[in-house]
Every structure is written in structure tokens, then in C-alpha cells.
Design a protein around this ligand. Structure first.
Ligand SMILES: *Cc1c(COP(=O)(O)O)cnc(C)c1O
Length: 361
């Protein structure tokens, strides 16, 4: 069946490494002689506890997570964090700074306003989120409880190329769509969170990496399940965690290690993205949605001069063995999401297809 797989450029849920899927397939009904599937196990069993501990350790190693930080395996998606972050952190001063560089950052910004005084530290809305503001454009409040931004704007195809310097104000970052694609200095952050379904595992798992001393200062009405302290104290097992997704993350992390870890992945992902951007820039027909200097290595957004040609491109791309290249309605055109699991070969074939389409139209 593996030979019938398509090059799936979906923005998420997206491709998983074939190696991880095949291992899961082999172990699906009887995990390592346990006589049962990981899906059927008690989350309190020894067998599952080992899967959990190993996966957590692998993630800590992959991202070089320092002492003083906890890795949590939660549910509720990245969107759940839009509420969980202010509920737990805003209490310090009642204020927070948000950089709105895309759709998800904007949702997080609006959600946070329910809980405190939220300032727009930067916005790229003036040019439909085609760029990332520079450090000097950030309006920083030294009294903010935290500074929030989204590292990679999945819909618009822009990515922060620097870590904002906010002095002593803790950084909170939504890394849903570029986590594990490059090394990251975790010690610069207060909280990093990510929905798993782009670069890590199946949907249903939310990874949170939190500096421990930020927890325990939640607003009084914070729901039990949205309290970082609850989850830290119970090592993410206050209730049933997303067991299957955690197991899958472990398999994906094994595959990642074989690619040279995040440092190896950074080279590969950059090469893949550069090939696509070069083909787009060299074409007559195609233009990039994102401005140079802000382009994402994970989501490449581009278009032709007309909606009719865009539609033709998408239709013919399906016939050529690609899928999910239609852009998000907020941007139009096309979007190629080339997360870690997209093989180099898939990008090479898409580049050939772009060149051919450019010649023929
Ligand atoms: C997909 C995505 C989200 C939403 O994730 P859910 O897990 O569906 O809530 C949030 N932020 C970014 C950057 C995303 O790419």
C-alpha cells in the first residue's frame, strides 16, 4: 500500500513519516508482546508508563530542554492554549503583549482579552500578514506578564526569523507548525506550545514546554483541566492523556533522530523550501504571497496572476499525484505545506510540476 501514497501537502493534519506509520502498523494489535494495542492499554500500566517516559525523554533530548522546564502532553489543541496561557500567566500584572502576525495569533489575541489588558505589540494586518515585524517595530511593555507570538503563520506562509528580545518579560510562543524543524533555545522562552498534527504526531495531542516557576499563579476561576500546575503535579496524567498520540510521537522522534535530529532537519527543510521558492521566483507565472525575509520554510504560499489559472493548477496537481495544494481562503492561490515528513522527492516532483505548468500556460 505504501507505494500508493500521494504527496500530501496538507497544512494539518499532515503527512507522518512512513517509517513511523509502518512501525505502528506492525505493532497495532499486539504491542511488543503485551497482547494488546497501545490504544487498549491502561494509561496507568507499566507498559504505557514506559512509552510515556521514553517519549518525554526523547522530546527533551530532541529540543535540548533545560532543567527547570516541564514537558506536558495535553489535549485541547493549540487553540486550548489560547485560553490556558492567559488564565495561568496574566495574573502577574494583569497585562500582556501580543504580536498578531496571522490568523491563529489573532484568535489568541482576542481570546486573551477576556482575561486582562492586552496590548497589540505588533500587527502585520496592514499588508494582509505577508511579513513579520522587525524587533524595532515591537511596542514592548516592560510590565507585561508575558509577550505572545506565533513562530510560523501556517495560513499566510510567514515565519519569524528571530526570537523577539523582550528583556525580562517571558516569551510565550505558538510553535504548532514549525516545532522540531530547527533547533530552538528553549531557555529563551517561558512557554512553547504546539498542536501535534503538523510536525509531531496525529491530532489530539498538544505539547507544552513550560518554565516551571510560571505555573501556580493562575486566576482563581481557572478550570482544573486548564491549570498548568495540575498537569505539572500529575506529570500530564491528572486524567487520561492522549495515549496513542504520545506513542506515535515517540515513533516520529525515533525517525527524526535518524535524520540527524532537529539540526539535521533544519538543513533538509531549508533545502526543500529553497527549491520551491527558487522555482517560484524563476517562473513567469508564479509569485510568492509572503515577502522576502519573512518566508516560511514550512508553508509556501504562492499564486498565478488569475484565480482561473490557480484553479487549473490545483486541478492538474491532483491528476499529477499531489494533494491539498489549494491555498487557505484568507490568502487564496496555493499553499504547499512541506513539514518534516514531506520527502525531498515530493518537493522535487512539485518543482518539476511548477516548471512544466509555467511553460505550458
Ligand atoms: C493549526 C494551528 C493552530 C490550531 O491548532 P489546533 O490544534 O487545531 O487547535 C494554532 N496555531 C498554529 C500556528 C497552527 O498551525
Amino acid at each position: 500500500m505504501a507505494d500508493k501514497r500521494v504527496y500530501n501537502f496538507s497544512a494539518g493534519p499532515s503527512m507522518l513519516p512512513l517509517e513511523a506509520l509502518e512501525r505502528a502498523g506492525k505493532e497495532i494489535a499486539n504491542y511488543q508482546g503485551s497482547g494488546m494495542s497501545v490504544m487498549e492499554m491502561s494509561h496507568r500500566s507499566k507498559v504505557f508508563q514506559k512509552i510515556f517516559d521514553d517519549t518525554q525523554a526523547k522530546l527533551r533530548k530532541a529540543l535540548n530542554v533545560p532543567e527547570g522546564y516541564k514537558v506536558l502532553f495535553l489535549q485541547g489543541g493549540a487553540s486550548g492554549q489560547f485560553s490556558m496561557v492567559p488564565l495561568n500567566l496574566i495574573g502577574k500584572t494583569g497585562k500582556a503583549d501580543y504580536a498578531v502576525t496571522g490568523n491563529f495569533a489573532n484568535i489568541a489575541f482576542k481570546e486573551a482579552k477576556k482575561y486582562g489588558q492586552i496590548s497589540l505589540a505588533a500587527s502585520s494586518e496592514d499588508r494582509n500578514h505577508t511579513y513579520i515585524p522587525t524587533q524595532s517595530q515591537l511596542k514592548l511593555d516592560p510590565e507585561a506578564s508575558y509577550f505572545y507570538y506565533c513562530a510560523n503563520n501556517t495560513i499566510f506562509g510567514t515565519e519569524w526569523q528571530y526570537i523577539p528580545d523582550t528583556g525580562s518579560v517571558p516569551l510565550v510562543c505558538d510553535m504548532s507548525s514549525d516545532i522540531l524543524s530547527r533547533p530552538v533555545d528553549v531557555s529563551r522562552y517561558g512557554i512553547i506550545f504546539a498542536g501535534a498534527q503538523k510536525n509531531m504526531a496525529p491530532a489530539g495531542l498538544t505539547v507544552v514546554i513550560i518554565k516551571e516557576d510560571l505555573a501556580g499563579h493562575e486566576l482563581a476561576y481557572t478550570p482544573l483541566m486548564m491549570n498548568y500546575k495540575t498537569m505539572i503535579d500529575k506529570d500530564s496524567m491528572y486524567n487520561t492523556p492522549p495515549c496513542w498520540c504520545i506513542y506515535m510521537l515517540g515513533l516520529v522522534l525515533d525517525w527524526l533522530e535518524g535524520q540527524g535530529g532537529v539540526a539535521g532537519m533544519e538543513k533538509i527543510k531549508h533545502q526543500k523550501a529553497q527549491m520551491l521558492y527558487d522555482a517560484i521566483d524563476a517562473s513567469r507565472l508564479f509569485t510568492c504571497a509572503a515577502e522576502a525575509g519573512s518566508r516560511s520554510d514550512m508553508n509556501v504560499t504562492f499564486r498565478t496572476p488569475s484565480e482561473e489559472l490557480d484553479a487549473k493548477f490545483v486541478k492538474e496537481s491532483v491528476e499529477a499525484g499531489f494533494t491539498n495544494l489549494k491555498g487557505h481562503r484568507l490568502v487564496g492561490g496555493m499553499r504547499a505545506s512541506i513539514y518534516n515528513a514531506m520527502p525531498m522527492e515530493g518537493v522535487e516532483k512539485l518543482v518539476d510540476f511548477i516548471k512544466k505548468f509555467d511553460k505550458e500556460n
